[in-house]
Design a binder for this molecule. Structure first.
Ligand code: SF4
Length: 284
């Protein structure tokens, strides 16, 4: 019987939390450098410079990139050959709790939306599961900032709205968000599915590597067109103007009902913290 020891899950999640809140992936940093090089607006260039400097200081001084250390979102791929004699979600949440406590990170989760009592350890995480062939447990994790999440949107369009309707809705979201989601952004877009699934598609889109290209032609063309149009809005870094409003646009799609055209826009701020681990099952 193949399994992953509970302690391995807990410790890996804990380390992922601590590392990801303090360091940006090189691909994101490279993208910020490129944006600064290409930016023509002096203020926008200066803001991008500050964002780059901020992540350098965070790395050197071993401190969080941002005071908002996020709500943890996990996409977990579970190999079908694996067996767990414990609750995997509980183990992931224990890792989250240890990461925020031992890492001295801000705890930002309240027990109930109305009583606003802090859970004191940043749990629970939002966890999505998917089964895959084999003996791997793959955990994709992101401490997701509240500011960019708050400016994210969802709308059930009519099929007659088509591509133009999607573009209008995305641009309206970005324009109305202004500086509040802390641009430059990675814009995750879901199209299709249904009400709850389209939000998950959009969330999953911000987990895609910043430099990947959608294998689906319709999505790829939409990503290219939207990136150009978003960056022509003059929102700019932190909403202060400039042509760097988004570093990337990612579109994920799914089949949908003949009567529907669901669209969701999940905004990822420039503090695009992510981590991934692949654990291989061993004999119990
Ligand atoms: S949206 Fe992102 S950059 Fe802005 S405060 Fe929240 S985590 Fe920080």
């Amino acid at each position: 019987m193949l399994t992953i020891e509970r302690e391995r899950v807990v410790n890996n999640v804990k380390e992922m939390i601590i590392d990801s809140t303090k360091t940006l992936d090189k691909s994101i940093v490279d993208s910020l450098f490129l944006a600064r090089e290409n930016e023509v607006n002096p203020l926008a260039k200066s803001v991008l410079g500050k964002i780059i400097e901020n992540q350098e200081i965070a790395k050197e001084e071993d401190i969080p990139l941002c005071q908002d250390t996020g709500l943890v979102v996990c996409f977990v791929e579970v190999g079908r050959d694996l067996h767990f004699d414990y609750d995997l979600s509980e183990a992931i949440n224990e890792g989250v709790s240890k990461g925020y406590t031992d890492g001295f990170l801000r705890k930002s989760i309240v027990r109930h939306p109305l009583n606003r009592i802090n859970t004191e350890d940043n749990t629970p995480a939002v966890i999505h599961y998917q089964f895959i062939p084999g003996k791997q447990l793959i955990i994709h994790l992101a401490p997701k900032g509240g500011g960019s999440e708050n400016m994210s949107t969802l709308k059930m369009l009519s099929p007659a709205d088509g591509k133009a309707g999607i573009i209008d809705f995305v641009l309206k979201t970005i324009r109305e968000g202004g500086g509040k989601p802390c641009p430059p952004l990675i814009v995750g877009i879901g199209i299709g599915g249904n009400f709850e699934y389209v939000a998950e598609l959009a969330k999953k889109a911000i987990f895609r590597p910043i430099d990947d290209v959608s294998p689906i032609k319709e999505n790829r063309l939409l990503e290219e067109e939207l990136l150009e149009k978003i960056n022509a809005l003059d929102v700019g870094p932190m909403g202060l103007g400039g042509k760097t409003t988004a570093l990337a646009v990612k579109v994920n799609s799914a089949p949908c009902h003949i009567a529907s055209l669901p669209v969701a826009v999940n905004l990822q701020c420039h503090s695009a913290r992510k981590s991934e681990v692949i654990l291989i099952g061993t004999q119990a």
